[in-house]
Design a protein around this ligand. Structure first.
Ligand code: FES
Ligand code: MG
Length: 591
């Protein structure tokens, strides 16, 4: 070993090459030498790059990363780094009960501990399924070690009887056909399973594709990363390029704090509207912003994002799926169109080491049927409305998925377009909804709004994707597929339901939703972005005084810890105490 070598160029040398503490150095070394590493590698003045592995048998949406690992490691080694793969707590959206959302903060917490406590100089964050992407970005934001996201990619398009079947979206469609008696259970299963024809995450613009588009729009991945389908050769090339790039990022000391700026989040909000992205993006971006120490507010989604047009013709807001989206240019084409229209900050830095203007400025749509030009979009004003009123301080409504049929049926009253008065039907959770939705005694008709409560972060726990309730079977048989729904939970990003969701504060912590009763009149005014119960003040005050918080039943220790520390969806559903920790990489842990 050369004495002239610069000392402690890399953080990992504090473990592997620290002449001030030979005893500990030997201990650290010997245990890593009993696998694939040599002293030459670990003491050779080379950065150690972690690879946060989110794929496993329990997280099939991210399983492709198990097969991409060779390419990631090859990229890291070819650039002079030493790769070290480590596992991440699984967060699979559809398999984890009671909710995958409960585990986003658990995976975040453990990633922070790994990045802080092990000899790592940079990290590749493997992403895919809904919560895996925000959990990884939140962790990287807190620690502030150089980090780059690598998506596993969406599945190939699903097909059934000559029609595209998109993840999730086909479930909601087929449930209505089943309720209407148009298909039997066997066909229902076959239709749904046809939507998952290969490895990869959901092929619609659900939360998985949305959050990977957000990672790219934020600048936390290489351009083009998010949309490449999992089985394509370009996905393997992206894995290799990402591995090479993280080593350069360590050399350049390009950190999340250089990328995750206010401008980056504003860009992401604009991109989300243009892709018809998921209503899960606001809480996840809010969480990433808070861990990065960036000011963002839920109302920014309407201020910055509402008047952005819908450019991506992808389910659930449009027709196509991920293969077409990729061939049309994916997120770089979306961003190129938006940048040319003056809607993006071109000087926001990206993981490529170049600003947005240089990475995507020249990109345009390659297929204007799938990615439409800014001047001739699918729809204008495609962003979220952020509503308020006496039932909640904030709730979101995704306008890009509202069908013309729904608009004419529910929102166009003579002389009062976009204002709707209705009778409230209140459910205490999804079990109550399933038990009673077809009960004739409720008298549900098209002059009702369905409410669901106790399904937020604290209530469920973890906030459940249950607000997209379908109407009673009899209404579906009569041709009414959608009615307005409201809740303190979330809805699947694959749903085309016109829901008002993420209501904060949630009912179990005393939000106004807790005081609503079935039969109350409510008034939805989309011009003013308000939803109010038309209950007089004295009565409302009396209900408030009589309200008793429901008793919470914790099933596991984590559920109890989570409920003690979690905030509301409008604030990102973070562990509140964790939001006070920033750039913890600067504080080296003791030997
Ligand atoms: Fe995992 Fe959709 S369920 S990506
Ligand atoms: Mg989901």
């Amino acid at each position: 070993m050369s004495d002239t070598r610069a000392r402690k160029k890399y953080r990992s040398q504090e473990w592997f090459d620290n002449p001030n503490n030979p005893g500990m150095t030997a201990l650290y070394l010997e245990r890593y030498l009993n696998q694939e590493y040599t002293r030459e590698e670990l003491q050779g003045n080379r950065p150690v790059i972690g690879i946060a592995q989110t794929g496993s048998d329990l997280t099939p949406c991210n399983k492709i990363h198990v097969f991409l690992m060779d390419r990631i490691k090859a990229g890291i080694r070819d650039a002079g780094g030493v790769p070290m793969e480590f596992p991440v707590h699984p967060i699979q959206e559809t398999g984890k009960r009671p909710t995958a959302a409960l585990d986003r903060n658990l995976a975040y917490l453990s990633l922070v501990e790994v990045l802080h406590g092990y000899p790592l100089d940079g990290v590749v964050l493997t992403t895919g399924c809904d919560k895996t992407t925000p959990a990884m970005l939140m962790g990287a934001a807190t620690v502030d070690l150089p980090a780059i996201a690598l998506n596993g990619g969406p599945m190939l398009d699903g097909w059934w009887n000559g029609e595209r079947t998109g993840s999730g979206t086909i479930v909601w469609e087929s449930r209505r056909l089943l309720a209407d008696g148009k298909i039997d259970l066997e066909e229902f299963m076959s239709r749904v399973c046809s939507s998952a024809p290969s490895l990869g995450h959901c092929n619609t613009m659900g939360t998985a594709s949305t959050m990977n588009a957000m990672a790219e729009a934020l600048g936390m991945s290489l351009p083009g990363n998010s949309a490449i389908p999992a089985p394509f050769r370009e996905r393997m090339a992206m894995a290799y390029a990402t591995g090479k790039r993280i080593v350069e990022m360590v050399e350049e000391d390009l950190k999340p704090s250089d990328i995750l700026t206010r401008k980056a989040f504003e860009n992401a909000i604009v991109v989300n509207s243009a892709i018809g992205g998921s209503t899960n993006a606001p809480p996840h971006l809010q969480a990433i912003a808070r861990h990065a120490g960036v000011e963002l507010h839920v109302t920014d989604w309407q201020k910055i994002g509402f008047d952005v047009p819908l450019l991506a013709n992808i389910q659930p807001a449009g027709k196509y799926l991920s293969e077409s989206f990729y061939r049309a240019g994916g997120v770089p084409a979306i961003m190129g169109e938006l940048y040319a229209a003056g809607r993006l900050h071109g000087d926001a830095m990206t993981a490529a080491g170049k600003p947005v203007s240089e990475t995507i400025g020249h990109w345009r749509s390659r297929d204007t049927e799938v990615i439409l030009p800014y001047d001739a979009p699918m729809r204008k004003n495609a962003g979220f409305l952020v509503l308020s009123g006496n039932l909640f301080d904030s709730a979101l409504m995704k306008t890009s998925v509202i069908s013309a049929d729904f608009r004419s049926r529910f929102l166009s009253q003579p002389g009062a377009e976009n204002i709707h008065e209705a009778r409230a039907i209140v459910f205490e959770g999804p079990e109550d909804y399933h038990d009673r939705i077809n009960d004739p005694a409720l008298g549900i008709d098209e002059h009702c709004i369905l409410f669901i409560r106790n399904v937020g972060c604290v209530g469920y726990p973890g906030s459940a994707e249950v607000v997209n309730m379908q109407p009673p079977d009899a209404m579906i048989k009569a041709g009414i597929n959608h009615m307005p729904t409201v809740g303190d939970g979330r809805q699947s990003g694959t749903s085309e339901s016109p829901s008002i969701l993420n209501a904060s504060p949630e009912a179990v912590v005393g939000g106004g939703l807790a005081l609503l009763k079935t039969g109350d009149r409510v008034r939805l005014d989309l011009n003013a972005s308000t939803l109010n119960a038309l209950v007089d003040d004295a009565e409302w005050t009396q209900r408030r005084a009589a309200w008793v918080p429901p008793e919470l039943h914790h099933q596991t220790p984590w559920q109890e810890i989570y409920r003690q520390h979690v905030g509301q969806l409008s604030d990102g559903g973070c562990l509140e105490l964790a939001t006070t920790y920033h750039r913890v990489v600067k504080d080296l842990p003791r030997d």
